[in-house]
Design a protein around this ligand. Structure first.
Ligand SMILES: [Mg+2]
Length: 379
């Protein structure tokens, strides 16, 4: 079995309505997928975090020549070789999204070659289905706080009505709206009142705060019994994360902005977070996300992977989560996203709180070719 072609496949869709988190307005969804085909016609799919620009050229011009002719089942040695090559080429910046997309496609191929689900190759499933939590609760354009609160509370109720028993809220309104942390806490309290005490609540600040503000917010989240406080601070300030985590009444969570094992090891050693959240499309694929989870487990820290991608990211994350120790949940993005919803022939859906882990070979999904062509920007 040898790799014959490596293609970057750019997908994009504009969204009907824009929405915001603490850092940015989201107006569209775009993904650079990776398609790797072997000489005997097997195909593996991966997905890269981030914009298409740059990633696509890297894969087609730099990575593809390195991989042609290699055995795709040697996933971890290819991963190491790729990181080594890109580090020497791009110095301190290894383009983690590109490595991740290639890594996922190789795991998909390896599973297909073995006729087994990737979860089996990662050590085997610990569970047949994974409880999910609803991610959403982004903010609409609005002039007053009550309009934002009304929108978020209505959305929270809709997820609970759909069967979710755990919700992740967005906080950090100040950058877009000028409303400080007291408004963030008011928003969380409003949702708690609306959905009751039996629903698990989490809050994600997308690194909106400095340390004093994060401490105030952590105390407020403790008062509503939040399950974790995600990305309170800029992801490069590991020491400040550790100081916050030490005194926080709620566990600090983070990792979607960290990549490769050494970065997760630094965070775990510092005590920066009690929940690690590697994203398979940005942390260095399943290879590095699994290593992050192992580092976390050895440090007594939980791993709840970050998931905010297309159908490929969702499928790959589910395979990983099925194998993790503890009681991980699947982050289930409930924002409108046709690329996530329509790209797989048999999409991974959530009709309650638990999502079955597909048993099919590889990542367990089949890409719908007609849908793929519809979303491609290069056709
Ligand atoms: Mg987040």
């Amino acid at each position: 079995m040898e790799i014959r072609t490596i293609d970057a496949v750019p997908l994009r869709r504009e969204l009907d309505e824009r929405f915001a988190n603490a850092q940015k307005w989201i107006t569209h969804r775009e993904y650079c997928l990776v398609r790797i085909e072997t000489a005997d016609g097997a195909v593996g799919w991966g997905e890269c975090w981030g914009p298409i620009a740059g990633t696509r050229e890297l894969i087609e011009e730099r990575i593809a020549p390195l991989l042609r002719g290699r055995d795709p089942t040697a996933v971890e040695s290819i991963h190491e070789d790729l990181v080594f090559d890109l580090r020497s080429a791009y110095h301190s910046t290894v383009p983690a999204g590109a490595v991740s997309g290639v890594d996922l496609a190789l795991w998909d191929l390896r599973g297909k070659a073995a006729g087994t689900a990737v979860a089996t190759l990662l050590g085997g499933k610990r569970r047949e289905s994974v409880p999910a939590y609803a991610t959403g609760h982004f903010w609409p354009p609005a002039d007053d706080f009550d309009a934002v609160r009304e929108s978020v509370v209505a959305e929270a109720r809709s997820h609970v009505d759909a069967g979710f028993d755990a919700l992740k809220l967005k906080i950090g309104l100040e950058r877009h709206f000028g409303w400080g942390p007291e408004y963030d806490l008011e928003l969380v309290r409003s949702v708690r009142e609306a959905v009751g005490d039996d629903v698990t609540l989490m809050a994600d600040a997308n690194h909106a705060y400095d340390l004093p503000a994060a401490r105030r917010v952590a105390d407020g989240l403790g008062a509503v019994d939040a399950a974790f406080f995600e990305e309170p601070l800029s992801p490069d300030r590991i020491d400040a994360w550790a100081r916050l985590n030490l005194g926080s009444p709620v566990p600090i969570a983070g990792g979607e902005c960290w990549a490769f094992a050494p970065e997760f090891r630094r965070a775990a050693n510092a005590g920066a977070a009690d929940v690690l959240q590697p994203d398979v499309t940005s942390a260095g694929g399943l290879t590095s996300a699994r290593r992050a989870a192992e580092i976390g487990d050895a440090a007594g820290v939980a791993t709840y992977p970050h998931v905010f991608g297309s159908a490929v990211a969702l499928a790959a994350s589910l395979q990983l989560i099925a194998t993790l120790p503890g009681s991980p949940r699947l982050e289930f993005d409930r924002t409108p996203n046709p690329i996530r919803e329509e790209l797989a022939v048999d999409p991974i859906r959530n009709d309650g709180t638990d999502v079955p882990v597909p048993d099919g070979p590889g990542l367990g999904i089949e890409i719908d070719r007609a849908t793929l062509d519809r979303f491609r920007t290069d056709r």
